[in-house]
Design a binder for this molecule. Structure first.
Ligand code: NAD
Length: 474
Protein backbone atom coordinates (compact mmCIF):
# COMPACT_ATOMS: atom_id res chain seq x y z
CA UNK A 1 0.00 0.00 0.00
CA UNK A 2 1.27 3.44 -0.88
CA UNK A 3 2.85 5.23 2.06
CA UNK A 4 2.98 2.17 4.27
CA UNK A 5 5.69 -0.40 4.66
CA UNK A 6 4.97 -3.97 5.45
CA UNK A 7 8.28 -5.77 5.81
CA UNK A 8 11.04 -5.36 8.33
CA UNK A 9 13.66 -4.94 5.61
CA UNK A 10 11.78 -1.94 4.23
CA UNK A 11 11.62 -0.45 7.71
CA UNK A 12 15.36 0.20 7.94
CA UNK A 13 15.48 1.53 4.37
CA UNK A 14 12.74 4.08 5.01
CA UNK A 15 14.38 5.11 8.25
CA UNK A 16 17.74 5.60 6.48
CA UNK A 17 16.02 7.66 3.79
CA UNK A 18 14.43 9.94 6.36
CA UNK A 19 17.66 10.22 8.30
CA UNK A 20 19.68 11.11 5.20
CA UNK A 21 17.14 13.77 4.27
CA UNK A 22 17.19 15.20 7.80
CA UNK A 23 21.01 15.41 7.78
CA UNK A 24 21.47 16.69 4.23
CA UNK A 25 18.65 19.19 3.83
CA UNK A 26 18.51 22.39 5.84
CA UNK A 27 15.90 22.50 8.60
CA UNK A 28 12.42 23.27 7.20
CA UNK A 29 11.40 26.89 7.55
CA UNK A 30 8.08 28.17 8.87
CA UNK A 31 6.34 27.96 5.49
CA UNK A 32 7.33 24.31 4.91
CA UNK A 33 6.19 23.33 8.40
CA UNK A 34 2.86 25.13 7.94
CA UNK A 35 2.37 23.35 4.64
CA UNK A 36 2.93 19.98 6.34
CA UNK A 37 0.49 20.89 9.09
CA UNK A 38 -2.06 22.02 6.51
CA UNK A 39 -1.74 18.66 4.79
CA UNK A 40 -2.55 16.95 8.11
CA UNK A 41 -5.66 19.10 8.48
CA UNK A 42 -6.66 18.35 4.89
CA UNK A 43 -6.37 14.59 5.52
CA UNK A 44 -8.55 14.85 8.62
CA UNK A 45 -11.16 16.95 6.83
CA UNK A 46 -11.18 14.93 3.64
CA UNK A 47 -11.34 11.52 5.30
CA UNK A 48 -13.44 12.44 8.33
CA UNK A 49 -16.37 10.20 7.48
CA UNK A 50 -14.11 7.34 6.36
CA UNK A 51 -12.21 7.55 9.62
CA UNK A 52 -15.46 7.55 11.62
CA UNK A 53 -16.63 4.44 9.73
CA UNK A 54 -13.25 2.69 10.03
CA UNK A 55 -13.03 3.31 13.78
CA UNK A 56 -16.60 2.07 14.20
CA UNK A 57 -15.84 -1.14 12.31
CA UNK A 58 -12.59 -1.64 14.23
CA UNK A 59 -14.30 -1.33 17.61
CA UNK A 60 -17.34 -3.40 16.71
CA UNK A 61 -19.21 -0.19 17.42
CA UNK A 62 -17.79 3.23 18.22
CA UNK A 63 -20.12 6.17 18.78
CA UNK A 64 -19.79 8.36 15.64
CA UNK A 65 -20.27 11.45 17.82
CA UNK A 66 -17.34 10.46 19.99
CA UNK A 67 -15.20 9.64 16.95
CA UNK A 68 -15.94 13.02 15.39
CA UNK A 69 -15.44 14.95 18.59
CA UNK A 70 -12.56 13.11 20.22
CA UNK A 71 -10.61 11.78 17.27
CA UNK A 72 -11.20 14.18 14.40
CA UNK A 73 -12.28 17.60 15.68
CA UNK A 74 -9.80 17.57 18.58
CA UNK A 75 -6.99 16.56 16.21
CA UNK A 76 -7.90 19.34 13.75
CA UNK A 77 -8.11 21.81 16.64
CA UNK A 78 -4.64 20.83 17.86
CA UNK A 79 -3.06 21.11 14.42
CA UNK A 80 -4.66 24.51 13.78
CA UNK A 81 -3.59 25.88 17.16
CA UNK A 82 -0.03 24.63 16.66
CA UNK A 83 0.03 26.32 13.26
CA UNK A 84 -1.22 29.61 14.74
CA UNK A 85 1.46 29.67 17.41
CA UNK A 86 4.33 28.06 15.51
CA UNK A 87 6.09 31.25 14.40
CA UNK A 88 6.48 32.41 18.00
CA UNK A 89 7.76 29.03 19.18
CA UNK A 90 10.36 28.87 16.37
CA UNK A 91 11.92 32.22 17.29
CA UNK A 92 15.24 32.32 19.15
CA UNK A 93 14.43 32.66 22.86
CA UNK A 94 16.03 35.43 24.87
CA UNK A 95 17.59 34.41 28.15
CA UNK A 96 19.10 36.74 30.76
CA UNK A 97 22.90 37.03 30.66
CA UNK A 98 24.88 37.36 33.89
CA UNK A 99 26.81 40.62 34.38
CA UNK A 100 30.30 39.09 34.15
CA UNK A 101 29.56 37.62 30.70
CA UNK A 102 28.16 40.81 29.21
CA UNK A 103 28.07 42.46 26.73
CA UNK A 104 27.91 38.99 25.16
CA UNK A 105 24.48 37.40 25.28
CA UNK A 106 22.80 34.00 25.17
CA UNK A 107 19.89 32.69 23.14
CA UNK A 108 18.09 29.36 22.90
CA UNK A 109 17.52 28.24 19.31
CA UNK A 110 14.89 25.55 18.71
CA UNK A 111 16.03 23.14 15.99
CA UNK A 112 14.54 19.92 14.65
CA UNK A 113 15.96 16.73 16.16
CA UNK A 114 15.82 14.77 12.88
CA UNK A 115 13.71 11.60 12.65
CA UNK A 116 10.99 11.00 15.23
CA UNK A 117 9.26 7.65 15.77
CA UNK A 118 5.65 7.61 16.98
CA UNK A 119 4.04 4.41 18.31
CA UNK A 120 0.34 4.89 18.97
CA UNK A 121 -2.46 2.85 20.62
CA UNK A 122 -5.96 1.92 19.49
CA UNK A 123 -8.25 3.72 21.93
CA UNK A 124 -8.21 7.08 20.09
CA UNK A 125 -6.51 5.75 16.99
CA UNK A 126 -6.58 8.95 14.93
CA UNK A 127 -6.15 11.58 17.63
CA UNK A 128 -3.24 9.86 19.37
CA UNK A 129 -1.43 9.32 16.08
CA UNK A 130 -2.03 12.83 14.76
CA UNK A 131 -1.20 14.66 17.99
CA UNK A 132 2.29 13.14 18.06
CA UNK A 133 2.65 13.61 14.32
CA UNK A 134 1.65 17.27 14.34
CA UNK A 135 3.94 18.17 17.25
CA UNK A 136 6.92 16.42 15.65
CA UNK A 137 6.27 17.96 12.21
CA UNK A 138 5.81 21.43 13.74
CA UNK A 139 9.24 21.07 15.29
CA UNK A 140 10.60 20.39 11.78
CA UNK A 141 11.17 16.65 12.02
CA UNK A 142 10.51 13.71 9.74
CA UNK A 143 8.20 11.14 11.24
CA UNK A 144 7.64 7.40 11.12
CA UNK A 145 4.33 6.38 12.62
CA UNK A 146 3.35 2.92 13.82
CA UNK A 147 -0.35 2.76 14.72
CA UNK A 148 -1.97 -0.09 16.65
CA UNK A 149 -2.84 -3.39 14.99
CA UNK A 150 -6.05 -3.55 17.08
CA UNK A 151 -7.61 -0.87 14.86
CA UNK A 152 -6.42 -2.21 11.48
CA UNK A 153 -8.92 -0.44 9.22
CA UNK A 154 -8.14 2.92 10.76
CA UNK A 155 -4.40 2.24 10.55
CA UNK A 156 -4.69 1.25 6.88
CA UNK A 157 -6.69 4.39 6.11
CA UNK A 158 -4.11 6.57 7.86
CA UNK A 159 -1.39 4.87 5.81
CA UNK A 160 -3.29 5.50 2.57
CA UNK A 161 -4.16 9.13 3.36
CA UNK A 162 -0.68 9.98 4.61
CA UNK A 163 0.87 8.19 1.61
CA UNK A 164 -1.18 10.40 -0.72
CA UNK A 165 -0.24 13.62 1.05
CA UNK A 166 3.39 13.12 2.09
CA UNK A 167 6.61 11.96 0.55
CA UNK A 168 7.89 8.91 2.51
CA UNK A 169 10.97 10.96 3.38
CA UNK A 170 8.65 13.34 5.29
CA UNK A 171 6.16 10.95 6.92
CA UNK A 172 5.73 7.20 6.63
CA UNK A 173 3.23 4.86 8.25
CA UNK A 174 4.42 1.42 9.31
CA UNK A 175 1.72 -1.21 9.74
CA UNK A 176 1.99 -4.22 12.01
CA UNK A 177 1.70 -5.68 15.49
CA UNK A 178 4.09 -6.26 18.38
CA UNK A 179 6.85 -7.80 16.19
CA UNK A 180 6.91 -4.79 13.92
CA UNK A 181 6.63 -2.57 17.04
CA UNK A 182 9.72 -4.22 18.52
CA UNK A 183 11.72 -3.72 15.32
CA UNK A 184 10.42 -0.16 15.07
CA UNK A 185 11.44 0.69 18.65
CA UNK A 186 14.92 -0.65 17.86
CA UNK A 187 15.56 1.96 15.15
CA UNK A 188 18.01 4.70 16.15
CA UNK A 189 15.46 7.52 16.09
CA UNK A 190 16.39 10.99 17.28
CA UNK A 191 13.34 10.78 19.55
CA UNK A 192 10.66 8.18 20.17
CA UNK A 193 7.13 8.93 21.36
CA UNK A 194 5.37 5.87 22.71
CA UNK A 195 1.72 5.92 23.80
CA UNK A 196 0.47 2.68 25.28
CA UNK A 197 0.61 0.41 28.28
CA UNK A 198 3.18 0.60 31.05
CA UNK A 199 4.32 -2.99 30.35
CA UNK A 200 5.09 -2.31 26.68
CA UNK A 201 6.50 1.11 27.62
CA UNK A 202 9.20 -0.65 29.63
CA UNK A 203 10.17 -2.75 26.58
CA UNK A 204 10.22 0.32 24.37
CA UNK A 205 12.44 2.20 26.83
CA UNK A 206 14.82 -0.78 26.94
CA UNK A 207 15.04 -0.95 23.14
CA UNK A 208 15.54 2.80 22.85
CA UNK A 209 18.31 2.74 25.47
CA UNK A 210 20.44 0.61 23.12
CA UNK A 211 20.57 3.58 20.74
CA UNK A 212 20.49 6.28 23.43
CA UNK A 213 17.25 7.40 21.80
CA UNK A 214 15.40 9.77 24.11
CA UNK A 215 11.85 8.64 24.79
CA UNK A 216 8.60 10.28 25.73
CA UNK A 217 6.43 7.59 27.31
CA UNK A 218 2.71 8.32 27.51
CA UNK A 219 1.49 5.38 29.57
CA UNK A 220 -1.55 4.42 31.60
CA UNK A 221 -2.34 3.28 35.11
CA UNK A 222 -5.02 3.76 37.73
CA UNK A 223 -6.22 7.37 37.86
CA UNK A 224 -8.16 8.05 41.08
CA UNK A 225 -11.11 10.37 41.60
CA UNK A 226 -11.03 11.75 45.13
CA UNK A 227 -14.45 12.91 46.27
CA UNK A 228 -13.74 15.19 49.24
CA UNK A 229 -16.19 15.58 52.16
CA UNK A 230 -17.20 19.02 50.82
CA UNK A 231 -17.89 17.76 47.27
CA UNK A 232 -21.19 18.21 45.47
CA UNK A 233 -21.92 14.48 45.41
CA UNK A 234 -24.41 14.47 42.54
CA UNK A 235 -22.14 16.55 40.32
CA UNK A 236 -19.12 14.38 41.18
CA UNK A 237 -21.07 11.19 40.38
CA UNK A 238 -22.19 12.64 37.05
CA UNK A 239 -18.69 13.63 35.96
CA UNK A 240 -17.10 10.38 37.09
CA UNK A 241 -19.70 8.21 35.37
CA UNK A 242 -19.39 10.29 32.19
CA UNK A 243 -15.59 9.77 32.25
CA UNK A 244 -16.06 6.07 32.93
CA UNK A 245 -18.56 5.42 30.13
CA UNK A 246 -17.17 7.70 27.43
CA UNK A 247 -15.50 5.37 24.89
CA UNK A 248 -16.71 2.64 27.32
CA UNK A 249 -14.01 3.65 29.76
CA UNK A 250 -11.23 2.89 27.26
CA UNK A 251 -9.38 6.12 27.96
CA UNK A 252 -5.94 6.45 29.53
CA UNK A 253 -7.22 9.28 31.75
CA UNK A 254 -10.59 7.75 32.55
CA UNK A 255 -11.24 7.89 36.31
CA UNK A 256 -10.19 4.37 37.30
CA UNK A 257 -11.67 4.27 40.82
CA UNK A 258 -13.38 6.66 43.24
CA UNK A 259 -12.51 7.40 46.87
CA UNK A 260 -15.63 8.54 48.70
CA UNK A 261 -16.31 9.49 52.37
CA UNK A 262 -17.69 6.37 54.08
CA UNK A 263 -20.98 7.99 55.12
CA UNK A 264 -21.66 9.09 51.53
CA UNK A 265 -20.82 5.87 49.66
CA UNK A 266 -24.42 4.68 49.32
CA UNK A 267 -25.60 8.09 48.14
CA UNK A 268 -22.72 8.21 45.63
CA UNK A 269 -23.47 4.74 44.25
CA UNK A 270 -27.17 5.62 43.95
CA UNK A 271 -26.35 8.86 42.13
CA UNK A 272 -23.88 7.09 39.82
CA UNK A 273 -26.46 4.48 38.90
CA UNK A 274 -29.03 7.17 38.13
CA UNK A 275 -26.60 9.09 35.92
CA UNK A 276 -25.59 5.95 33.98
CA UNK A 277 -29.27 5.20 33.24
CA UNK A 278 -29.85 8.80 32.13
CA UNK A 279 -26.78 9.02 29.86
CA UNK A 280 -27.32 5.57 28.32
CA UNK A 281 -30.97 4.47 28.69
CA UNK A 282 -30.16 1.45 26.49
CA UNK A 283 -26.86 -0.22 25.70
CA UNK A 284 -27.10 -3.02 23.14
CA UNK A 285 -28.54 -0.95 20.33
CA UNK A 286 -27.54 2.48 21.61
CA UNK A 287 -25.44 4.24 18.94
CA UNK A 288 -23.95 6.51 21.62
CA UNK A 289 -22.40 3.65 23.54
CA UNK A 290 -19.11 2.20 22.37
CA UNK A 291 -18.14 -1.48 22.32
CA UNK A 292 -15.14 -3.00 24.01
CA UNK A 293 -12.50 -3.10 21.29
CA UNK A 294 -11.77 -6.84 21.12
CA UNK A 295 -12.89 -10.22 22.45
CA UNK A 296 -9.67 -10.45 24.46
CA UNK A 297 -10.35 -7.13 26.22
CA UNK A 298 -14.01 -8.06 26.75
CA UNK A 299 -13.00 -11.36 28.36
CA UNK A 300 -10.40 -9.55 30.49
CA UNK A 301 -13.06 -7.13 31.78
CA UNK A 302 -15.56 -9.93 32.48
CA UNK A 303 -12.84 -11.69 34.47
CA UNK A 304 -12.27 -8.52 36.53
CA UNK A 305 -15.99 -8.47 37.39
CA UNK A 306 -16.08 -12.19 38.24
CA UNK A 307 -13.03 -11.85 40.46
CA UNK A 308 -14.63 -8.89 42.27
CA UNK A 309 -17.83 -10.82 43.09
CA UNK A 310 -16.20 -12.56 46.04
CA UNK A 311 -13.80 -9.73 46.88
CA UNK A 312 -16.10 -6.73 47.33
CA UNK A 313 -19.05 -5.70 49.53
CA UNK A 314 -21.38 -5.70 46.52
CA UNK A 315 -21.57 -5.18 42.77
CA UNK A 316 -24.09 -2.94 41.03
CA UNK A 317 -24.48 -3.79 37.37
CA UNK A 318 -26.32 -0.93 35.69
CA UNK A 319 -28.04 -2.92 32.97
CA UNK A 320 -31.08 -1.32 31.31
CA UNK A 321 -34.22 -3.05 32.57
CA UNK A 322 -35.36 -5.88 30.33
CA UNK A 323 -32.36 -5.65 28.02
CA UNK A 324 -30.60 -8.97 27.36
CA UNK A 325 -26.78 -9.08 27.57
CA UNK A 326 -25.34 -7.58 24.39
CA UNK A 327 -23.49 -9.67 21.86
CA UNK A 328 -21.78 -6.55 20.54
CA UNK A 329 -19.21 -6.39 23.37
CA UNK A 330 -21.22 -3.60 24.99
CA UNK A 331 -20.55 -3.80 28.67
CA UNK A 332 -22.77 -2.16 31.28
CA UNK A 333 -21.31 0.12 33.95
CA UNK A 334 -20.45 -2.15 36.88
CA UNK A 335 -19.93 -0.43 40.22
CA UNK A 336 -17.77 -2.44 42.60
CA UNK A 337 -18.42 -1.26 46.15
CA UNK A 338 -15.53 -1.56 48.62
CA UNK A 339 -13.30 -4.07 46.82
CA UNK A 340 -10.44 -5.68 48.74
CA UNK A 341 -6.96 -4.50 47.90
CA UNK A 342 -6.24 -7.94 46.50
CA UNK A 343 -9.12 -7.79 44.00
CA UNK A 344 -7.81 -7.78 40.43
CA UNK A 345 -9.86 -4.65 39.77
CA UNK A 346 -7.60 -2.79 42.24
CA UNK A 347 -4.35 -4.25 40.98
CA UNK A 348 -4.46 -3.44 37.28
CA UNK A 349 -5.59 -0.56 35.09
CA UNK A 350 -9.28 -1.24 34.31
CA UNK A 351 -9.64 0.46 30.88
CA UNK A 352 -13.36 -0.33 30.73
CA UNK A 353 -16.70 0.57 32.37
CA UNK A 354 -16.02 -0.88 35.83
CA UNK A 355 -15.99 1.60 38.72
CA UNK A 356 -14.58 0.53 42.09
CA UNK A 357 -15.79 2.78 44.92
CA UNK A 358 -13.60 2.83 48.01
CA UNK A 359 -14.70 4.26 51.35
CA UNK A 360 -12.47 6.44 53.53
CA UNK A 361 -12.99 8.00 56.96
CA UNK A 362 -10.55 10.92 56.89
CA UNK A 363 -9.25 12.77 53.83
CA UNK A 364 -5.65 12.00 54.85
CA UNK A 365 -6.47 8.29 54.47
CA UNK A 366 -7.59 8.82 50.88
CA UNK A 367 -4.42 10.80 50.15
CA UNK A 368 -2.24 8.12 51.79
CA UNK A 369 -3.99 5.44 49.69
CA UNK A 370 -3.19 7.30 46.46
CA UNK A 371 0.40 7.89 47.58
CA UNK A 372 0.93 4.22 48.43
CA UNK A 373 0.38 3.24 44.79
CA UNK A 374 2.09 4.01 41.47
CA UNK A 375 1.99 7.68 40.52
CA UNK A 376 -1.21 8.07 38.44
CA UNK A 377 -1.48 9.65 35.01
CA UNK A 378 -4.46 11.76 36.08
CA UNK A 379 -6.04 12.64 39.40
CA UNK A 380 -9.51 14.07 39.80
CA UNK A 381 -10.43 16.22 42.76
CA UNK A 382 -14.05 16.88 43.65
CA UNK A 383 -14.30 19.48 46.41
CA UNK A 384 -16.16 22.69 47.15
CA UNK A 385 -13.86 23.69 50.01
CA UNK A 386 -10.64 25.25 48.63
CA UNK A 387 -8.59 23.94 51.57
CA UNK A 388 -9.62 20.34 50.80
CA UNK A 389 -8.96 20.85 47.10
CA UNK A 390 -5.50 22.31 47.75
CA UNK A 391 -4.65 19.64 50.30
CA UNK A 392 -5.35 16.86 47.78
CA UNK A 393 -3.49 18.60 44.94
CA UNK A 394 -0.53 19.52 47.15
CA UNK A 395 -0.12 16.15 48.86
CA UNK A 396 -0.31 13.89 45.77
CA UNK A 397 1.84 13.59 42.66
CA UNK A 398 0.26 12.73 39.32
CA UNK A 399 0.77 13.44 35.63
CA UNK A 400 -2.02 16.04 35.77
CA UNK A 401 -5.13 17.11 37.66
CA UNK A 402 -8.63 18.29 36.81
CA UNK A 403 -10.65 19.86 39.61
CA UNK A 404 -14.42 19.28 39.73
CA UNK A 405 -14.50 17.60 36.33
CA UNK A 406 -12.76 14.86 34.38
CA UNK A 407 -10.41 14.85 31.35
CA UNK A 408 -10.28 18.65 30.95
CA UNK A 409 -6.58 19.11 31.69
CA UNK A 410 -5.86 16.86 28.72
CA UNK A 411 -8.13 18.88 26.44
CA UNK A 412 -6.39 22.12 27.40
CA UNK A 413 -3.44 22.26 25.04
CA UNK A 414 -1.83 25.15 26.87
CA UNK A 415 -1.08 22.61 29.63
CA UNK A 416 1.70 20.05 29.08
CA UNK A 417 0.34 16.49 29.05
CA UNK A 418 2.30 13.52 30.34
CA UNK A 419 2.73 11.03 33.15
CA UNK A 420 5.12 10.62 36.03
CA UNK A 421 6.76 7.46 37.35
CA UNK A 422 4.89 4.38 36.13
CA UNK A 423 2.41 6.54 34.18
CA UNK A 424 5.11 7.91 31.89
CA UNK A 425 7.88 10.39 31.33
CA UNK A 426 8.12 13.60 29.34
CA UNK A 427 5.19 15.61 28.02
CA UNK A 428 3.68 17.04 24.86
CA UNK A 429 0.63 19.07 23.64
CA UNK A 430 0.98 22.69 22.55
CA UNK A 431 4.36 24.26 23.16
CA UNK A 432 5.40 21.33 25.37
CA UNK A 433 5.15 19.12 22.26
CA UNK A 434 7.13 21.53 20.11
CA UNK A 435 9.83 21.70 22.77
CA UNK A 436 9.88 17.91 23.27
CA UNK A 437 10.65 17.34 19.60
CA UNK A 438 13.16 20.21 19.32
CA UNK A 439 16.79 20.50 20.24
CA UNK A 440 16.62 23.65 22.36
CA UNK A 441 20.13 24.65 21.46
CA UNK A 442 21.87 27.13 23.75
CA UNK A 443 24.06 29.57 21.86
CA UNK A 444 26.30 32.22 23.39
CA UNK A 445 27.13 35.21 21.18
CA UNK A 446 30.40 36.75 22.32
CA UNK A 447 30.89 40.49 21.96
CA UNK A 448 33.99 41.90 20.26
CA UNK A 449 34.70 43.76 23.50
CA UNK A 450 34.90 41.34 26.40
CA UNK A 451 37.01 40.57 29.44
CA UNK A 452 37.76 36.90 28.74
CA UNK A 453 41.40 37.67 27.92
CA UNK A 454 41.95 38.70 31.54
CA UNK A 455 41.44 35.08 32.55
CA UNK A 456 44.08 33.64 30.18
CA UNK A 457 47.54 32.46 31.27
CA UNK A 458 50.24 33.33 32.07
CA UNK A 459 48.54 34.10 35.38
CA UNK A 460 49.73 37.09 37.37
CA UNK A 461 48.38 40.14 39.21
CA UNK A 462 45.88 40.91 36.40
CA UNK A 463 44.26 37.45 36.54
CA UNK A 464 44.22 37.64 40.38
CA UNK A 465 42.38 40.97 40.14
CA UNK A 466 39.96 39.53 37.53
CA UNK A 467 39.34 36.56 39.87
CA UNK A 468 38.59 38.92 42.79
CA UNK A 469 36.20 40.93 40.62
CA UNK A 470 34.49 37.76 39.39
CA UNK A 471 34.01 36.57 42.98
CA UNK A 472 32.15 39.83 43.67
CA UNK A 473 29.99 39.58 40.55
CA UNK A 474 28.83 35.97 40.83
P1 NAD B 1 -0.12 -1.41 24.00
O1 NAD B 1 1.03 -1.04 24.88
O2 NAD B 1 -0.56 -2.81 23.98
O3 NAD B 1 0.22 -1.03 22.47
C1 NAD B 1 0.58 0.27 22.06
C2 NAD B 1 1.37 0.20 20.77
O4 NAD B 1 2.59 -0.48 21.01
C3 NAD B 1 0.68 -0.53 19.64
O5 NAD B 1 0.92 0.17 18.45
C4 NAD B 1 1.39 -1.88 19.62
O6 NAD B 1 1.44 -2.51 18.36
C5 NAD B 1 2.80 -1.47 20.02
N1 NAD B 1 3.62 -2.54 20.61
C6 NAD B 1 3.21 -3.70 21.18
N2 NAD B 1 4.28 -4.39 21.64
C7 NAD B 1 5.37 -3.65 21.35
C8 NAD B 1 6.77 -3.80 21.60
N3 NAD B 1 7.24 -4.85 22.23
N4 NAD B 1 7.60 -2.81 21.19
C9 NAD B 1 7.12 -1.72 20.57
N5 NAD B 1 5.81 -1.51 20.32
C10 NAD B 1 4.96 -2.47 20.70
O7 NAD B 1 -1.28 -0.41 24.39
P2 NAD B 1 -2.77 -0.39 23.85
O8 NAD B 1 -3.50 -1.59 24.31
O9 NAD B 1 -2.76 -0.08 22.38
O10 NAD B 1 -3.35 0.93 24.59
C11 NAD B 1 -3.87 0.89 25.88
C12 NAD B 1 -2.86 1.39 26.88
O11 NAD B 1 -2.35 2.64 26.46
C13 NAD B 1 -3.49 1.67 28.25
O12 NAD B 1 -2.58 1.28 29.24
C14 NAD B 1 -3.68 3.17 28.26
O13 NAD B 1 -3.73 3.74 29.54
C15 NAD B 1 -2.49 3.62 27.49
N6 NAD B 1 -2.72 4.92 26.87
C16 NAD B 1 -2.01 5.99 27.31
C17 NAD B 1 -2.26 7.25 26.76
C18 NAD B 1 -1.52 8.48 27.21
O14 NAD B 1 -1.60 9.47 26.52
N7 NAD B 1 -0.81 8.45 28.35
C19 NAD B 1 -3.22 7.39 25.76
C20 NAD B 1 -3.92 6.27 25.35
C21 NAD B 1 -3.66 5.03 25.89
Amino acid sequence: MEGSIDTLSELRAVFERQRRASRQESPPDHAVRCDRLDRLTAILERYEEDFVAAICADFGHRSPHESRLLDIITAIGDVKEIRRRLKGWMKPRRVPTRLHLRPGHGRVLPQPLGVVGVISPWNFPVYLAFSGLSAALAAGNRVMLKPSELTPRTAALMAKAIGEAFDPAEVTVVLGGPDVGRAFAGLPFDHLLFTGSTAVGRQVARAAAENLTPVTLELGGKSPAVVAPSADLEAAAEKIVYGKMLNAGQICVSPDYALVPRNRVDAFVGAAEKVARRLYPTLATNPDYTSIVSDAHFTRLQALVEDARSKADRLVEVRPTGEPPSNARKMPLTIVVAPEDGAAVMREEIFGPILPVLAYDRLEEAIAYVNSRDRPLALYVFARAPEERDEIIGATISGGVTVNDVLCHVASDTLPFGGVGASGMGAYHGQAGFDTFSQLKPVFYQSRLNGMGLLYPPYGWLSDMAGRLLRKLI
